[in-house]
Design a protein around this ligand. Sequence first.
Ligand SMILES: NC(=O)c1ccc[n+]([C@@H]2O[C@H](COP(=O)([O-])OP(=O)(O)OC[C@H]3O[C@@H](n4cnc5c(N)ncnc54)[C@H](O)[C@@H]3O)[C@@H](O)[C@H]2O)c1
Length: 255
Amino acid sequence: MKSSFNLEGKTGLITGGGQGIGQAVAKAWAQAGADVAILDANGDSAASTALELESVGVRSLAIAVDVTDNSAVHDAVQRVDSELGELDIAFNNAGIARGEVPSVDMPADWWRSVIDVNLSGVFYSAQAEARVMLPRGRGAILNMASMSGIIANKGLLQPNYNASKAGVAHLTRSLAVEWAPQGVRVNSLSPGYILTPLTERDEVADKRAEWISGIPMGRMGTVDDLTGPATFAVSDASAYMNGHDLVVDGGFVCW
Ligand SMILES: NC(=O)c1ccc[n+]([C@@H]2O[C@H](COP(=O)([O-])OP(=O)(O)OC[C@H]3O[C@@H](n4cnc5c(N)ncnc54)[C@H](O)[C@@H]3O)[C@@H](O)[C@H]2O)c1
């Protein structure tokens, strides 16, 4: 009997899947048997990730797309649905951070760009996915939030990022209740501190030791720590989970 965690026969897409968390989850979904499209602003990393997925024996498709471009996102999702297969699962993961200045000095375009990618980009992606999923009465969407939507990170000046992630968690609940009657589930994932290019950037280099001291498990997470939860959240194993924010942070928000 097939495990309910298995994704064989499903078609998925991941935004921001060219590197970091999105790429690791793409590989995990492929290993679980899904065909997975990679949508990323960086077309080269999308293409190389798609090649890696194909080496696992599944089908893939790379599309260069900026999630802040509503019509381009809709076109990309339509392409996945017609070229790779009817869309069953999606991970709206693309995100950026831009901060580390006092809020009173934050330029308006820093505020706008982070909200545009992290919150509006998730909405445009979910909207496009729902347009193909709702008429078929099936689908599971996972949106990338963050524990920064629950707590304000000590020592990090990033109100734009924190607000965008709190917005994603509540956007998720709103879409979950709206689309549940038509068979589409929507959940969010809230990682803690995970080692990726985002947290390894110079801007936050001196912060990492302090972050670790606040994590009950005593270490930052790895992208592999998120692959199980992100697979579970779109698999049939989570069939009754809807509108949930899945926190995966080594216990950080408990303190
Ligand atoms: N790393 C962490 O500690 C951490 C913790 C919590 C949440 N997150 C969230 O996880 C997600 C992925 O983060 P990561 O650490 O893997 O980052 P990353 O920078 O390694 O990867 C982000 C990917 O998104 C793509 N991207 C960026 N802007 C885009 C846009 N406008 N359109 C399409 N693609 C775009 C990039 O090209 C890149 O491939 C983000 O939403 C981030 O906020 C990360």
